[in-house]
Ligand binder design. Structure first.
Ligand code: HSE
Length: 429
């Protein structure tokens, strides 16, 4: 008897969808041979008829209505690549209700509704695969789901957003201000026309939620993730970071502490010698710290159609193995509820702080006293540039609780000789 043909339906022909089609066109015979499968890209749903035109599949298999595809009895595996919450969520639910395995790159949806969708898949003896939702072509979901499942994960720390890493790299290498670096990222295809989700840190926070849910085996409430983007970072901050032997990166950090789970995304100064400091441009990297395994670092292209399409194809192959009975594919994610979160105020960091102050006697003494009164110990103080009749003061604290630092900072900002809008960046690693 010949091998069972496994028919794949694809929804969405954007950048990633287009690359998935290319991978099917260029690598399918190799994939089928290597995996002893008979996969085929059967149908594609896309609202823009222009995008469907050049597809090398019969016209009757080109659909404008994705709901038709997810109900189609011919289709075994649905790839959802439209992104966003609706209609993606309804399409995936419908696909599962109709007995199909699902592959998705949709981080927003998996981060916020993943538990509900996995539960539905479990109840139908099906599964949802989402390797492409985090880190593009870097394998991050499988290592957490399978390879490291025997260890206790203490921490995941990563550069999970290619757009912001590209912007910070260009600011650092070319001395650009944020707006110029963003424009360059957009020109070179590394930032969307609306880059807000990336530059404000939301994209990285969704990816962190997905990783943390797997790493710590718990449901994650999006409202409990502290998120701060990179829009306030200036070329001046980057220069000062260099002076103290650091670079600035947007980090996503998930930790299991004795008191609960702490999740945060924010810019951080890290030592130039740290391996994450040399992760540049659109590249991503993640450190996973296990109790027994120690540090595992995964590095690669975290965005872009071609790298991401490989993660999707790996999921399609896994789904096809399930469908053809080569593998048992029950949902393995077991997320405990009632997660206890440690708010950022209870964490400690070293802080970099930059502000403008009147350049006259007693200013340094005044803000030093406020910090001293709140047990904020200063490690470095730099005052070397005058901006008009103002002095630019840069200081770095020793390790201090967020709450104490913020209270002290509020009081410093109330001093008449200090100008508003300070820049604060945590020092990490
Ligand atoms: N803009 C995102 C990034 C794409 O740069 O990482 C993948 O989420």
């Amino acid at each position: 008897m010949g091998k069972q043909m496994i028919k794949v339906g694809l929804i969405g022909l954007g950048t990633i969808g287009g690359s998935v089609v290319k991978l099917f066109e260029n690598n399918l015979s190799n994939i089928n041979k290597k995996n002893d499968l008979q996969l085929v890209l059967e149908r594609v749903a896309e609202r823009d008829p222009e995008k469907l035109k050049s597809l090398k599949i019969p016209t009757e298999n080109k659909l404008s209505d994705a709901f038709k595809l997810v109900k189609d009895p011919e289709i075994d595996i649905v790839i959802e690549l439209i992104g966003g919450i609706e209609p993606a969520r309804s399409l995936i639910r419908e696909a599962l209700e109709n007995g199909k395995y699902v592959v998705t790159a949709n981080k927003d949806l998996i981060a916020t509704h993943g538990d509900e969708l996995l539960e539905l898949a479990r109840s139908k003896n099906l599964n949802i695969f989402y390797e492409a939702s985090v880190g593009g072509g870097i394998p991050l979901i499988r290592p957490l789901k399978y390879s490291l499942v025997g260890d206790r994960i203490k921490r995941v720390v990563g550069i999970l957003n290619g757009t912001t890493n590209y912007i910070l790299t260009r600011m650092s290498y070319e001395g650009l201000e944020f707006d110029a670096a963003l424009a360059q990222a957009q020109e070179n295809g590394f930032a969307e026309a609306d880059p807000s989700s990336d530059i404000e840190g939301r994209d990285a926070s969704y990816k962190l939620m997905i990783m943390a849910g797997l790493a710590f085996g718990c449901s994650i409430d999006p409202a409990r993730v502290y998120v701060e983007g990179i829009t306030g970072i200036t070329a001046g901050d980057i220069n000062y970071a260099r002076e103290i032997g650091c670079v600035i990166k947007l980090l996503a950090i998930g930790e299991e502490l004795p008191t609960g789970i702490a999740l945060r995304v924010h810019p951080a100064m890290i030592a130039q010698s740290h391996p994450l400091a040399s992760v540049n441009n659109e590249f991503n990297a993640v450190f996973i710290e296990g109790e027994a395994v120690g540090d595992v670092m995964l590095y690669g292209r975290g965005a872009g159609g071609s790298p991401t399409s490989t993660a999707i194809m790996a999921d399609v192959v896994e789904a096809a193995r399930c469908k053809s009975g080569h593998a048992v594919c029950s949902v393995v994610e077991n997320k405990t509820t009632g997660t206890v979160y440690v708010p950022i105020e209870e964490l400690s960091s070293r802080f970099y702080l930059r502000f403008l102050a009147e350049d006259r006697p007693g200013v340094l003494a005044a803000f030093s006293k406020v910090f001293g009164d709140h047990q904020v110990s200063l490690d470095m103080v730099i005052q070397k540039r005058r901006v008009g009749d103002l002095a630019e003061i840069v200081l770095v604290t020793h390790l201090v609780s967020e709450a104490a630092f913020r209270t002290a900072l509020d009081q410093v900002m109330n001093l008449v000789m200090i100008r508003p809008n300070p820049s604060t960046i945590r020092l990490m690693l």
